[in-house]
Design a protein. Structure first.
Length: 124
């Protein structure tokens, strides 16, 4: 059963500006160490960072407003699986907020100027 759907779009130039102004501080506030590892491996690609940012926003929209009160950016971890498919997992206490047997489905896309993401929260 589908419990929620969310989408987000972001201008990549906004991310570029924040990364160049605040650098590692910005990344450390928003991303887990594994996400930062992946960002570093992609040579700090603004497209890649913006895609992850849009993904987290999309997932929050897919969640019930009652669950996302305790959300912090690092409550969600977005990593690419072996074939490149983005996979979203909840981290720490936030995992307990998720409905039982629920799964997040995520899709990310980016062009030269924008990154966008769609998330679906499903329960079996
Ligand atoms: C994987 C693929 C769909 C990515 O599409 P794209 O237009 O190059 O790139 P987009 O900006 O739309 O999407 C990139 C994001 O897709 C996601 N992605 C990568 N591989 C994926 C896959 N196998 N399945 C689903 N999503 C995937 C990733 O999140 C990636 O962003 P990230 O690496 O920063 O996390 C594409 O490269 C592909 O393999 N297409 C197969 C069909 C094909 O060859 N078409 C061309 C003929 S016209």
């Amino acid at each position: 059963m589908i419990l929620g759907l969310g989408t987000d779009i972001i201008e990549i130039s906004r991310i570029e500006k924040v990364v160049s102004k605040f650098g590692d501080k910005f990344l450390a506030k928003l991303f887990t160490s594994k996400e930062i590892e992946s960002i570093r491996a992609r040579k700090y690609s603004a497209q890649h960072i913006a895609g992850r940012f849009a993904a987290k926003e999309a997932i929050i929209k897919a969640l019930d407003p009652d669950w996302n009160k305790d959300f912090t950016w690092k409550s969600l971890e977005i990593l690419n699986g072996p074939s490149g498919v983005p996979e979203a997992n909840t981290v720490g206490d936030f995992s307990k907020k998720m409905p039982e047997n629920s799964q997040i489905h995520l899709s990310i896309s980016h062009s030269e100027n924008y990154a966008t993401a769609v998330a679906i929260l499903e329960t079996r």
